[in-house]
Design a protein around this ligand. Structure first.
Ligand code: CP
Ligand code: NVA
Length: 304
């Protein structure tokens, strides 16, 4: 049956665990070309810039034996030149899988609804699930487990924060989000995460409360792609949530520091912290490759 990966919650707990285990296994086979996607083309649609997502998908598709096709909005103009329904049906006749990075999450839901091939969310304004799958792999590699870890996300309540909340409905951990009332994560996603009762969820305006004894300190840019007009206003709001040595002092001494990148050094995180001994940001960047390969393997298996 065709399945999609638009949110971490599209996979159940055992599927998420299996996918992360598979990613760890695929990492050991880095550089080998497998035949999971042999003879298949994966369309990679990008309406926003990307380094990690684009390169890791293209390399991952190659390493799974498939062919990737990079498509910008100049070509298809999703929902403008023709309907999302028609775009989905045409893609389904020509490619085996679709990865898409765009603004509107709803457009991705519509694309997946009408497509007969799996659709993967490569980031929308609402969420960034591939990032969090790779990040959970990174946490397991560094801390030995993800279950019951104290994970502090500091800064803007954006797509990455929303995906952390979705992950917290699937796996059990202690998620603290330190942000302002003006920059809260999506309220419906927050409600669902709290209601799920899987993880402990704390949302606080106190950055020190968020990081207390934390095993993982996580941050992201304050103004996401498409919001750069809010660059200064978000910085004014979020300065107290900067990840710096002073804030780190309240965390577990063996904590790891994470950032999905790209970083705005000197704003949400200082140079000494992102380049310091706690930082695992480049492991995170590499694990995008392995996690996404694992996601594509699962989606390809379920098609049969
Ligand atoms: N973290 C991440 O998704 O990076 P890119 O925007 O470069 O793809
Ligand atoms: N929140 C960031 C993540 C970039 C990978 C953005 O959407 O721009």
């Amino acid at each position: 049956m065709k399945r999609d990966f638009l949110a971490v919650t599209d996979f159940n707990e055992s599927e998420v665990r299996e996918t992360i285990r598979l990613a760890v296994d695929l990492k050991k086979k880095k550089g080998q070309v497998l035949d999971v996607l042999k003879g298949k083309t994966v369309a990679c649609i990008f309406h926003k810039p990307s380094l990690r997502t684009r390169i890791s998908f293209e390399v991952g598709i190659h390493e799974l034996g498939g062919h990737s096709l990079y498509i910008t909005d100049q070509e298809i103009q999703l929902g403008v030149r023709e309907s999302i329904h028609d775009v989905a049906k045409v893609f389904s006749r020509l490619v085996g899988m679709i990865e898409i990075r765009t603004f509107s999450h709803d457009n991705v839901v519509q694309l997946a609804k009408h497509a007969d091939v799996p659709v993967i969310n490569g980031l929308t304004d609402l969420s960034h699930p591939c990032q969090i799958m790779g990040d959970m792999q990174t946490i397991i590699e560094h801390k030995g487990k993800i279950d019951h870890m104290k994970i502090a996300y500091l800064g803007d309540g954006n797509n990455v924060a929303n995906s952390w909340l979705e992950a917290a409905t699937v796996l059990p951990f202690d998620l603290r989000i330190g942000t302002r009332n003006e920059t809260m994560p999506d309220s419906a996603i927050t409600e669902r995460a709290k209601k799920a009762g899987k993880s402990k969820i704390t949302i606080t305006e106190d950055p020190h409360e968020a990081v207390r004894n934390a095993d993982v300190i996580y941050t992201d840019v304050w103004a996401s792609m498409g919001q750069k007009d809010q660059f200064q206003s978000k910085a004014d709001l979020l300065m107290d949530f900067q990840v710096n040595t002073h804030l780190l002092a309240g965390a577990n001494q063996a904590c790891i520091v994470m950032h999905c990148l790209p970083a705005e050094r000197g704003r949400e995180i200082t140079d000494d912290v992102i380049d310091g001994p706690h930082s695992v940001v480049f492991d995170q960047a590499e694990n995008r490759l392995h996690a996404q390969k694992a996601i594509m393997v699962k989606l390809a298996q379920w098609m049969h």
